[in-house]
Design a protein around this ligand. Sequence first.
Ligand code: GDG
Length: 465
Amino acid sequence: MSRLIVISNRVAMPAGAKSPGGLVVGVRDALRESGGTWLGWNGEIDGAGADSPLSSVTNDNITYATFPLAQQDYDRYYRGFSNTVLWPVFHYRTDLSRYRRTDYEGYLQVNRDFARRLAPLVRPDDVIWVHDYHLLALGRYCRELGMRNRIGFFLHIPFPAVEVFKTVPPHQALAQAMCAYDVVGFQTAADARAFSDYCVQCLGTESAAGGLRTAERQVRVGTYPIGIDVDDVATMARKKGSSQVVALKLGLADRKLIISVDRLDYSKGLLERFAAFEQLLEIEPAHGSSVSFVQLAQSSRSDVQGYRDIRRELDRAAGRINGKWGELGWAPLRYMNRDYARATLMPLLRASQVGLVTPLRDGMNLVAKEYVAAQSPDDPGVLVLSQFAGAAREMEDGALIVNPYDTEDMARALSRALHMPQAERIERHRGLLQGLRTHDLAAWKNRFLADLCGKAKYQHENYSL
Ligand code: GDG
C-alpha cells in the first residue's frame, strides 16, 4: 500500500498544541490511515540550517520529520518572500508587498532544501501532498531530483486575479513551478479559475478537461473547500469552558454579545470591523449599553513590519472607541491579543448572539464554520460574513453577507442580526449546519486524495462550488 508524505512549512508535533485546529486534525487523520511522514520546519532557528540533521519522532503510525532553519533562510524565505510578498499580494495588498531578489533566491533555496531532505525518505509508490504558499516551487525541485511520484499541492490562501499575480516579479517562474504538481488544489472555484487563466494567458499552457496540459504532464486543477470536524467543535462548545468564559458571561449580564476571533492579520479586516461597531453605536445609541463586542486577536508574525503597524492601529482604535462610548463600569469593545485554548474559544462562540467574520480577503476562514458548528440549534447566534471570505461561497444562504469596505452595510447587518427573530435564526442555522456536514474536514481530505491517488477508498461525491 502506498504511504502518504505531507509537507508543510511548519509541522504540528504530537506533543505540541493540546487542542489542535482543524487542518492539523485532517492532515493527521490522512497520515494515520495509510501510515506516513510529515516533513517540515520545527519552528526553531539554528546556525547550521540546511546542514542540520533531520530529527524524527514516530507516534501513532506517523513519523514527524523536522529540521531548523538558519537565520538567513528564515529572513529571506519565511519573513521575506513568503510573508512580505506572497501573503500580501495573494490577499490583494500589493501596497504592502516588498520584493527583494535576495529574498526570492532564499525562498527557492529553501524549497530546494525541502526537496533534498525529502528525497531519501521517498519510496517510488509514495504519494506526496504539499501545503501552502511557502512551497509553491517544491514540486519542481522534486522532479529535478528524479521523483516521479504523484505530487499534489493545496493552496490555503486565495490565488489572486491575473493582473494582481503579475505584480510578483517572478510570477512566470512560480506558475511554471506549480505546473510540476499532478494536482493543484484551491479553496474556491474562483481561485482555481484565476490560476488556470494565468497559465493559459501568460504561459500559453493548454487547458484540458479538469485542468491544464503541459509538455510533461496533465495537471488537475481542482476546488477542495476545507471544512471542519463539526461534531468535535459542537462537543467542545457545549462544555462549560474555562473560568474566563464563566466570568465573561457573568459580566455581560443581559447584554448581547458580538464576537470575532482571528489571527492578528491585516487581511482579516479588524479596523473596518471596529468602525462598523462604532457606527452601530452611533445609529442605534440604545445599543450603547446593551451590547458588547469581544475581539480576540491571536498575535502572529509580529516580526513582519505590516503586522506591527496593524497592531498599533488597532490598539489606538480600541482605546478611542472605549474612551468615547465606555462607562465607568463597562467597556463596549474588549480587544484581546492573546492565544486562547480551543476549549475556551468554542464555548465563547456559543455564548454570543452574533459572530462577526469580515476579512478583506480570506482563502476560506475556518472561524466562520466553527461559529456555526458551536451554536445551540434551538437558539443559535447569527453569522455576519464578508463576501470576500472563501466560506461565503458555501454560506451565502444562511449568513448575512456583507461588504467589509462598506461600514454602513456592516453596521446595518449587525443591527439586523441582533434583532433577528428566533425562528429565522433557527432556519438559517439549520441550512448552514447541513452545508458544514457535507463539506466537512474528512470530505476535503478525501476529495483531494481521491484526485491525487485515484483510489476508491477516497471516493467522494462530485460537487462544484
Ligand atoms: C489559513 C487561511 C484558511 C484563532 N485564534 C486562536 C485560535 N484560532 C483558530 C481558529 C481557526 C484558526 O485558528 C484560524 O483559521 P482561519 O481559517 O480563520 O485563518 P488562517 O489562520 O489565516 O488560515 C484561511 C485556513 O488556512 C485553512 O485552510 O481557512 O483562509 O488564511 O481554527 O479557531 N486557536 C487557538 N487560540 C487562539 O487564540 N487555539
